[in-house]
Design a binder for this molecule. Sequence first.
Ligand code: ATP
Length: 442
Amino acid sequence: MCGMSRLEDIVSLCKRRGFIFPGSDIYGGMSGTWDYGPLGVMLKKKIMDQWWRYWVEDRDDMYGVDAAVIMNPRTWVASGHAATFSDPLVECKECHQRFRADKIADVSENVSPDEFRAAHVKCPNCGKENWDDVKQFNMMFVTHVGSVSDDSSVAYLRPETAQGIFTNYKNVVDTIYPDLPFGLAQQGKAFRNEISPRDFVFRSREFEQMEIEYFVNPAEWEKNFESLLRDCHDFLENKMGLSAEMIHDLEVAPEDRAHYSKRTVDIEFDYPIGREELMGLAYRTDFDLMNIARESGKSMEYRDKMTNEAFVPHVIEPSFGVERLIMAVLVSAYSEDEVNGEKRIALKLPENLAPYRFCVSPLLKNKPELVAKAREVYDMLRDKYGNVTWDDSGNIGKRYRKQDEIGTPKCVVIDFDSLENGTVTVRDRDTMAQVRVKIEDL
Ligand code: ATP
C-alpha cells in the first residue's frame, strides 16, 4: 500500500471514530492545532501515563516537576531561544506562499540568502523560481502579561518543556537533594509557531512533550547515554508496541549538532510520510545550567555526597513528542484485511494502550434477562479493569467492526447459554476467534 494513502486512512479513522478532530473544526479549523475526542483522550492519556510510570514511578532515580507554561522571559534569553530559536523562512514573490527553506531545498537551517538562491528550487506551490531573501523566523509565540501591552510586558508561550525543568533544578537539589545521577521529568504543552504545520499531528503549533533532564557526573556521561538510549528503545518497543524494524537511530553528525552537544541520536520512525524524527536523545553538557548560572547569578553546583566534591552536573536529555508517539502507535496498530469479501479495519493496539479493554453486549437488546446478565458482567469487568464499554446497537457483526476500529481487544457477548451455564463468548480482535469462557475466569 502506498505511504500517503495510509496517512489518509489514519486521519479518516481518527475523525470517524472520535480520536482526533481538526482544531476549531466548527469554525473551519485553526492551522496547526488538533482537538482530541473521547477515544483520543483515552489513548493519549494512556500513552502519557505509561510513560510516567516507566520513566518516573518505576525508577528510583527520577522525579517529576510541573512548571508554568508562561515563564519569566529571561528564561529564553538565557537558553538562547530569544536569539536563535528560528527556522529559515522564504517567500515566493510570485504567489506569496511561505516555506521553510530547509524543507524545500537541500540546505541547512542556517542557510544564507545566496546559498538558497544557488540551490535553484522551484516554488512547490506555483512552480516559479522567484524568491525573496531567506529570513530567520523566531518560532516562539509572543503574548503580553498583565493589563499593559508594551515591551516590558512581553512573555512567551514555552517552546519546550525542558527549560521548566532546568529552572527548577536548584529548587529540587536544595529541597530533596537526590543522589547523582538523577533525572527530572515533565509532561506538558509546548508551542511553536511552525512555518508550515503539516502531516496530521506530526508538526503542530501546539503539542505536548514529555522530557527528562538526566543530571550526571561529567566523567560518566557516556555510559549513562548508552543506558538511556537502551531504555528509550525498551519503552518504544515493549510499552508502546512499536515494531523494532520501524525504529532507527540516527547519529547526528557533528556539523549538524547543536554546538554544545557532543552526541545526539535522533530516534526516527517509518511513518507513512517517510522516515522522520520521533524523539531525540541529546548530551547537552553543562550548557543549560551554566546559562542559568550566568543569567541568575546563582550557583548550579552539586556537592557529591561521598567525595564532597562540588561541580556542575552534565545533562542527557531524552525528549519525546506525544503527538509523534500517538502517530507511531496508530501507524503500527492500523491493519486492514478481508473478511467474507469485506474490508475489515482493526487497530491492533497493545492491551495497555487500548481505550477500552473489553466491550460487553447482550446478544439481543430486547430480552431483559440477557440485558440484566450483561449489565452484571459489565459492572464486574469495570470494577476489575476500569476501562470497559457497553454496546448493544445494531447487530453483533456491526458491533465487532466498530470495536475493531477503536482497538478493543476483546468483545464479550451474553447469550441464552450464559443464563444456563454462566459462560460467555469472548471474541478476539486480532484472530477473530471466539471461545466460551466462564464469567468468573474473565
Ligand atoms: P523537527 O526537526 O522535526 O522540527 P526538532 O528537532 O525541532 O523537530 P526538538 O526541538 O528536538 O524537535 O523537540 C523534541 C521533540 O518534540 C521532537 O522529537 C518531537 O517529538 C516533538 N516536536 C517538536 N516539534 C514538534 C511539532 N511542531 N509538533 C509535534 N511535535 C513536535
